[in-house]
Design a protein around this ligand. Structure first.
Ligand code: ADP
Length: 320
Protein backbone atom coordinates (compact mmCIF):
# COMPACT_ATOMS: atom_id res chain seq x y z
CA UNK A 1 0.00 0.00 0.00
CA UNK A 2 1.22 3.50 -0.86
CA UNK A 3 2.50 5.76 1.89
CA UNK A 4 1.94 9.44 2.48
CA UNK A 5 4.31 11.73 4.34
CA UNK A 6 3.74 15.35 5.39
CA UNK A 7 6.24 17.92 6.65
CA UNK A 8 5.48 21.19 8.41
CA UNK A 9 4.04 22.88 11.45
CA UNK A 10 2.34 21.06 14.30
CA UNK A 11 1.02 23.41 16.94
CA UNK A 12 -1.82 24.16 19.34
CA UNK A 13 -4.83 26.06 18.01
CA UNK A 14 -6.06 27.86 21.11
CA UNK A 15 -9.75 28.65 20.86
CA UNK A 16 -12.01 30.62 23.16
CA UNK A 17 -14.26 28.44 25.33
CA UNK A 18 -16.39 30.94 27.19
CA UNK A 19 -15.64 32.26 30.70
CA UNK A 20 -14.77 30.57 33.96
CA UNK A 21 -16.96 30.76 37.08
CA UNK A 22 -14.68 33.63 38.19
CA UNK A 23 -15.36 35.51 34.96
CA UNK A 24 -11.99 34.89 33.26
CA UNK A 25 -11.70 33.71 29.64
CA UNK A 26 -11.33 29.94 29.16
CA UNK A 27 -9.40 28.56 26.18
CA UNK A 28 -9.36 25.11 24.65
CA UNK A 29 -6.15 23.63 23.20
CA UNK A 30 -6.82 21.92 19.89
CA UNK A 31 -4.11 20.11 17.94
CA UNK A 32 -3.45 22.04 14.72
CA UNK A 33 -1.12 22.59 11.80
CA UNK A 34 -2.36 22.05 8.27
CA UNK A 35 0.16 19.39 7.10
CA UNK A 36 -0.47 17.37 10.28
CA UNK A 37 -4.23 17.65 9.66
CA UNK A 38 -3.75 16.34 6.13
CA UNK A 39 -1.71 13.39 7.46
CA UNK A 40 -4.52 12.55 9.91
CA UNK A 41 -7.15 13.03 7.18
CA UNK A 42 -5.38 10.44 5.02
CA UNK A 43 -4.76 8.03 7.90
CA UNK A 44 -8.46 8.20 8.84
CA UNK A 45 -9.24 7.24 5.25
CA UNK A 46 -7.03 4.17 5.32
CA UNK A 47 -3.71 5.46 3.92
CA UNK A 48 -0.48 4.96 5.89
CA UNK A 49 0.79 8.40 6.84
CA UNK A 50 3.78 9.86 8.65
CA UNK A 51 4.32 13.36 9.97
CA UNK A 52 7.73 15.05 9.94
CA UNK A 53 8.43 18.18 11.93
CA UNK A 54 9.43 19.56 15.31
CA UNK A 55 7.56 20.45 18.48
CA UNK A 56 8.98 21.53 21.84
CA UNK A 57 9.89 19.00 24.49
CA UNK A 58 7.13 20.48 26.64
CA UNK A 59 3.58 19.75 27.74
CA UNK A 60 2.09 20.93 24.43
CA UNK A 61 4.60 19.00 22.33
CA UNK A 62 3.81 15.80 24.24
CA UNK A 63 0.09 16.44 23.81
CA UNK A 64 0.49 16.93 20.03
CA UNK A 65 2.65 13.86 19.63
CA UNK A 66 0.22 11.66 21.54
CA UNK A 67 -2.69 13.08 19.51
CA UNK A 68 -1.04 12.01 16.24
CA UNK A 69 -0.12 8.64 17.76
CA UNK A 70 -3.73 8.09 18.81
CA UNK A 71 -4.70 8.75 15.18
CA UNK A 72 -2.11 6.12 14.12
CA UNK A 73 0.05 8.60 12.26
CA UNK A 74 3.74 7.56 12.23
CA UNK A 75 5.62 10.09 14.40
CA UNK A 76 9.08 8.48 14.29
CA UNK A 77 10.35 11.64 12.58
CA UNK A 78 8.60 14.13 14.83
CA UNK A 79 11.48 15.81 16.69
CA UNK A 80 11.05 17.17 20.21
CA UNK A 81 13.30 20.17 20.76
CA UNK A 82 14.91 20.82 24.14
CA UNK A 83 15.76 24.36 23.01
CA UNK A 84 12.54 25.72 21.47
CA UNK A 85 8.92 25.63 22.68
CA UNK A 86 5.83 24.47 20.81
CA UNK A 87 4.00 27.17 18.82
CA UNK A 88 0.52 28.44 19.66
CA UNK A 89 -2.09 29.88 17.27
CA UNK A 90 -4.91 31.75 18.94
CA UNK A 91 -8.05 31.25 16.86
CA UNK A 92 -11.10 33.48 17.17
CA UNK A 93 -14.36 32.26 15.68
CA UNK A 94 -16.51 34.87 13.99
CA UNK A 95 -20.33 34.75 13.92
CA UNK A 96 -20.40 33.25 10.37
CA UNK A 97 -18.29 30.24 11.47
CA UNK A 98 -15.14 31.68 9.81
CA UNK A 99 -12.00 32.34 11.87
CA UNK A 100 -9.10 34.75 12.45
CA UNK A 101 -5.64 33.92 13.89
CA UNK A 102 -2.83 35.39 15.98
CA UNK A 103 0.39 33.39 16.22
CA UNK A 104 2.95 32.87 18.99
CA UNK A 105 5.71 31.24 17.01
CA UNK A 106 8.83 33.42 16.76
CA UNK A 107 11.83 31.13 17.40
CA UNK A 108 9.54 28.25 18.24
CA UNK A 109 10.13 24.58 17.52
CA UNK A 110 8.38 24.33 14.15
CA UNK A 111 10.18 27.44 12.81
CA UNK A 112 13.61 26.39 14.10
CA UNK A 113 13.46 22.94 12.52
CA UNK A 114 16.60 21.98 10.56
CA UNK A 115 17.32 19.24 8.07
CA UNK A 116 17.49 15.83 9.78
CA UNK A 117 18.27 12.33 8.50
CA UNK A 118 15.03 11.04 10.08
CA UNK A 119 13.06 13.24 7.64
CA UNK A 120 14.92 11.90 4.62
CA UNK A 121 14.40 8.31 5.77
CA UNK A 122 10.62 8.83 5.96
CA UNK A 123 10.48 10.56 2.58
CA UNK A 124 12.37 7.66 1.03
CA UNK A 125 9.87 5.20 2.50
CA UNK A 126 6.88 7.19 1.18
CA UNK A 127 5.31 7.65 -2.27
CA UNK A 128 3.83 11.10 -1.72
CA UNK A 129 5.43 14.08 0.05
CA UNK A 130 3.21 16.93 1.20
CA UNK A 131 4.01 20.49 2.36
CA UNK A 132 2.31 23.84 2.99
CA UNK A 133 3.64 27.40 3.01
CA UNK A 134 3.61 28.10 6.77
CA UNK A 135 6.98 26.36 7.08
CA UNK A 136 8.24 28.60 4.23
CA UNK A 137 7.64 31.85 6.14
CA UNK A 138 10.82 31.99 8.27
CA UNK A 139 14.28 30.47 8.46
CA UNK A 140 15.49 27.83 9.08
CA UNK A 141 12.21 25.98 8.40
CA UNK A 142 12.04 27.64 4.97
CA UNK A 143 15.34 26.14 3.80
CA UNK A 144 14.43 22.81 5.40
CA UNK A 145 11.12 22.73 3.49
CA UNK A 146 12.72 23.40 0.10
CA UNK A 147 15.61 20.98 0.75
CA UNK A 148 13.10 18.24 1.58
CA UNK A 149 10.98 19.03 -1.49
CA UNK A 150 14.05 18.77 -3.69
CA UNK A 151 15.08 15.56 -1.94
CA UNK A 152 11.62 14.09 -2.57
CA UNK A 153 11.75 15.18 -6.22
CA UNK A 154 15.19 13.61 -6.65
CA UNK A 155 13.79 10.34 -5.31
CA UNK A 156 10.82 10.45 -7.70
CA UNK A 157 8.17 11.03 -5.05
CA UNK A 158 4.94 12.81 -5.92
CA UNK A 159 4.79 16.25 -4.33
CA UNK A 160 1.52 17.70 -3.08
CA UNK A 161 1.25 21.32 -1.97
CA UNK A 162 -1.45 23.29 -0.18
CA UNK A 163 -0.02 26.78 0.41
CA UNK A 164 -2.63 27.61 3.05
CA UNK A 165 -1.55 31.25 3.09
CA UNK A 166 -1.64 32.76 6.57
CA UNK A 167 -1.26 36.47 5.91
CA UNK A 168 -0.36 37.29 9.55
CA UNK A 169 2.75 35.13 9.43
CA UNK A 170 4.45 37.16 6.71
CA UNK A 171 6.17 40.53 7.13
CA UNK A 172 6.05 40.99 3.37
CA UNK A 173 3.33 39.42 1.22
CA UNK A 174 5.53 39.70 -1.88
CA UNK A 175 7.88 37.33 -0.13
CA UNK A 176 4.96 34.97 0.59
CA UNK A 177 4.11 35.02 -3.10
CA UNK A 178 7.70 34.38 -4.10
CA UNK A 179 8.09 31.42 -1.70
CA UNK A 180 4.76 29.90 -2.79
CA UNK A 181 5.84 30.27 -6.43
CA UNK A 182 9.04 28.36 -5.58
CA UNK A 183 6.83 25.63 -4.11
CA UNK A 184 4.64 25.56 -7.23
CA UNK A 185 7.74 24.86 -9.32
CA UNK A 186 8.23 21.55 -7.50
CA UNK A 187 4.64 20.38 -6.97
CA UNK A 188 2.59 17.81 -8.92
CA UNK A 189 -0.79 18.33 -7.24
CA UNK A 190 -1.74 21.72 -5.80
CA UNK A 191 -4.75 22.88 -3.81
CA UNK A 192 -5.55 26.59 -3.52
CA UNK A 193 -8.50 28.48 -2.11
CA UNK A 194 -10.09 30.96 -4.53
CA UNK A 195 -8.51 33.83 -2.52
CA UNK A 196 -5.06 32.25 -2.86
CA UNK A 197 -5.58 31.78 -6.59
CA UNK A 198 -6.35 35.48 -6.92
CA UNK A 199 -3.42 36.41 -4.66
CA UNK A 200 -1.03 34.47 -6.92
CA UNK A 201 -2.37 35.52 -10.30
CA UNK A 202 -4.21 38.86 -9.89
CA UNK A 203 -6.83 37.40 -12.24
CA UNK A 204 -10.47 37.47 -11.09
CA UNK A 205 -11.76 34.84 -13.53
CA UNK A 206 -11.03 31.47 -11.90
CA UNK A 207 -10.69 29.47 -15.08
CA UNK A 208 -8.39 32.02 -16.67
CA UNK A 209 -6.29 32.19 -13.49
CA UNK A 210 -5.97 28.37 -13.43
CA UNK A 211 -4.89 28.31 -17.09
CA UNK A 212 -2.29 30.93 -16.34
CA UNK A 213 -0.78 28.93 -13.44
CA UNK A 214 -0.84 25.67 -15.38
CA UNK A 215 0.95 27.33 -18.29
CA UNK A 216 3.79 28.56 -16.08
CA UNK A 217 4.27 25.56 -13.77
CA UNK A 218 4.47 21.84 -14.27
CA UNK A 219 1.44 21.26 -12.00
CA UNK A 220 -0.48 18.17 -13.14
CA UNK A 221 -3.68 18.55 -11.11
CA UNK A 222 -4.84 21.91 -9.73
CA UNK A 223 -7.72 22.06 -7.24
CA UNK A 224 -9.47 25.26 -6.18
CA UNK A 225 -11.79 25.40 -3.15
CA UNK A 226 -14.72 27.82 -2.76
CA UNK A 227 -15.97 27.01 0.77
CA UNK A 228 -19.70 26.18 0.69
CA UNK A 229 -19.65 26.53 -3.12
CA UNK A 230 -17.49 23.41 -3.50
CA UNK A 231 -14.40 23.12 -5.66
CA UNK A 232 -12.96 23.08 -9.16
CA UNK A 233 -10.37 20.87 -10.78
CA UNK A 234 -8.11 21.88 -13.63
CA UNK A 235 -6.32 19.10 -15.44
CA UNK A 236 -5.14 18.69 -19.03
CA UNK A 237 -6.85 21.92 -20.15
CA UNK A 238 -10.20 20.85 -18.65
CA UNK A 239 -11.82 22.97 -15.94
CA UNK A 240 -14.67 21.42 -13.93
CA UNK A 241 -16.67 22.91 -11.07
CA UNK A 242 -18.01 20.42 -8.53
CA UNK A 243 -20.60 21.78 -6.05
CA UNK A 244 -20.37 20.81 -2.37
CA UNK A 245 -23.08 19.43 -0.09
CA UNK A 246 -25.44 21.47 2.06
CA UNK A 247 -24.49 21.31 5.74
CA UNK A 248 -24.85 23.48 8.85
CA UNK A 249 -21.26 24.68 9.17
CA UNK A 250 -20.15 25.27 12.77
CA UNK A 251 -16.39 25.73 12.35
CA UNK A 252 -14.53 25.73 9.02
CA UNK A 253 -11.11 25.00 10.65
CA UNK A 254 -9.68 21.96 8.90
CA UNK A 255 -12.19 21.96 5.99
CA UNK A 256 -9.46 22.54 3.41
CA UNK A 257 -7.23 19.88 4.99
CA UNK A 258 -10.09 17.39 5.16
CA UNK A 259 -10.91 18.22 1.55
CA UNK A 260 -7.35 17.69 0.29
CA UNK A 261 -6.95 14.53 2.40
CA UNK A 262 -10.18 13.20 0.89
CA UNK A 263 -9.04 13.96 -2.64
CA UNK A 264 -5.58 12.47 -2.15
CA UNK A 265 -6.95 9.31 -0.51
CA UNK A 266 -9.00 8.64 -3.64
CA UNK A 267 -6.16 9.55 -5.96
CA UNK A 268 -3.77 7.23 -4.06
CA UNK A 269 -6.26 4.32 -3.85
CA UNK A 270 -6.81 4.59 -7.60
CA UNK A 271 -3.14 4.19 -8.48
CA UNK A 272 -1.62 7.70 -8.18
CA UNK A 273 -1.89 8.53 -11.87
CA UNK A 274 -1.00 12.05 -12.95
CA UNK A 275 -3.20 11.62 -16.03
CA UNK A 276 -6.81 11.18 -14.91
CA UNK A 277 -10.11 11.04 -16.76
CA UNK A 278 -12.43 14.00 -16.15
CA UNK A 279 -15.02 11.59 -14.76
CA UNK A 280 -12.59 10.16 -12.15
CA UNK A 281 -11.55 13.64 -11.10
CA UNK A 282 -15.19 14.58 -10.51
CA UNK A 283 -15.62 11.48 -8.33
CA UNK A 284 -12.51 12.29 -6.27
CA UNK A 285 -13.68 15.89 -5.92
CA UNK A 286 -17.15 14.83 -4.76
CA UNK A 287 -15.53 12.62 -2.14
CA UNK A 288 -13.25 15.51 -1.16
CA UNK A 289 -16.22 17.91 -0.92
CA UNK A 290 -17.93 15.44 1.43
CA UNK A 291 -14.78 15.29 3.61
CA UNK A 292 -14.52 19.10 3.63
CA UNK A 293 -18.18 19.50 4.48
CA UNK A 294 -17.97 16.91 7.30
CA UNK A 295 -15.02 18.81 8.81
CA UNK A 296 -17.17 21.96 9.11
CA UNK A 297 -19.87 20.25 11.16
CA UNK A 298 -17.78 20.01 14.37
CA UNK A 299 -15.44 22.35 16.24
CA UNK A 300 -11.68 22.02 15.76
CA UNK A 301 -9.70 20.31 13.01
CA UNK A 302 -8.09 16.95 13.79
CA UNK A 303 -11.07 15.65 15.77
CA UNK A 304 -13.58 16.67 13.09
CA UNK A 305 -11.88 15.00 10.11
CA UNK A 306 -13.86 12.34 8.27
CA UNK A 307 -13.15 8.61 8.30
CA UNK A 308 -14.19 5.98 5.75
CA UNK A 309 -17.43 5.16 7.62
CA UNK A 310 -18.49 8.76 8.19
CA UNK A 311 -17.94 9.68 4.50
CA UNK A 312 -19.91 6.64 3.39
CA UNK A 313 -22.79 7.48 5.72
CA UNK A 314 -22.66 11.15 4.66
CA UNK A 315 -22.75 10.30 0.96
CA UNK A 316 -25.69 7.95 1.45
CA UNK A 317 -27.69 10.71 3.14
CA UNK A 318 -26.62 13.57 0.83
CA UNK A 319 -26.49 11.97 -2.63
CA UNK A 320 -29.32 11.63 -5.09
P1 ADP B 1 -9.79 26.36 2.88
O1 ADP B 1 -9.64 25.95 4.33
O2 ADP B 1 -8.73 25.81 2.03
O3 ADP B 1 -10.10 27.81 2.66
P2 ADP B 1 -12.56 25.91 2.17
O4 ADP B 1 -13.13 26.69 3.30
O5 ADP B 1 -12.73 26.43 0.78
O6 ADP B 1 -11.05 25.51 2.41
O7 ADP B 1 -13.21 24.47 2.26
C1 ADP B 1 -12.66 23.35 1.60
C2 ADP B 1 -13.76 22.50 1.08
O8 ADP B 1 -14.60 22.06 2.16
C3 ADP B 1 -14.68 23.20 0.10
O9 ADP B 1 -14.16 23.12 -1.22
C4 ADP B 1 -15.95 22.38 0.27
O10 ADP B 1 -15.85 21.17 -0.44
C5 ADP B 1 -15.96 22.05 1.76
N1 ADP B 1 -16.68 23.08 2.52
C6 ADP B 1 -16.15 24.11 3.22
N2 ADP B 1 -17.10 24.86 3.81
C7 ADP B 1 -18.29 24.28 3.49
C8 ADP B 1 -19.66 24.58 3.77
N3 ADP B 1 -20.02 25.62 4.52
N4 ADP B 1 -20.61 23.74 3.26
C9 ADP B 1 -20.28 22.68 2.49
N5 ADP B 1 -18.99 22.36 2.18
C10 ADP B 1 -18.00 23.14 2.66
Amino acid sequence: MAKFCAFGELLCDVTSYGVSDRGFPVYEFNPGGAPANVAVALRNLGIEASFLGQVGHDHFGQFLKSTLLAKQVDVEALLMSEAYPTSLAIVSNKADGDRSFSFYRKHNADVMVELHDAFKKKIKEADVFHVGSVSMSDEPSRSTTFSLMKYAKKHNKYITFDPNLRVLLWDDLNDAKHQIEKGLQLADIVKLSDEELYFLTDIKDTQEACSMLMSIYDIQILLITFGAEGCASFHQDTYQHIPSFKVDAIDTTGAGDGFFGGFLSQWIKNGMKLKQSSRDLVLYCQYANACGAIATTQKGAIGSLANEESVQAFLEVHSG
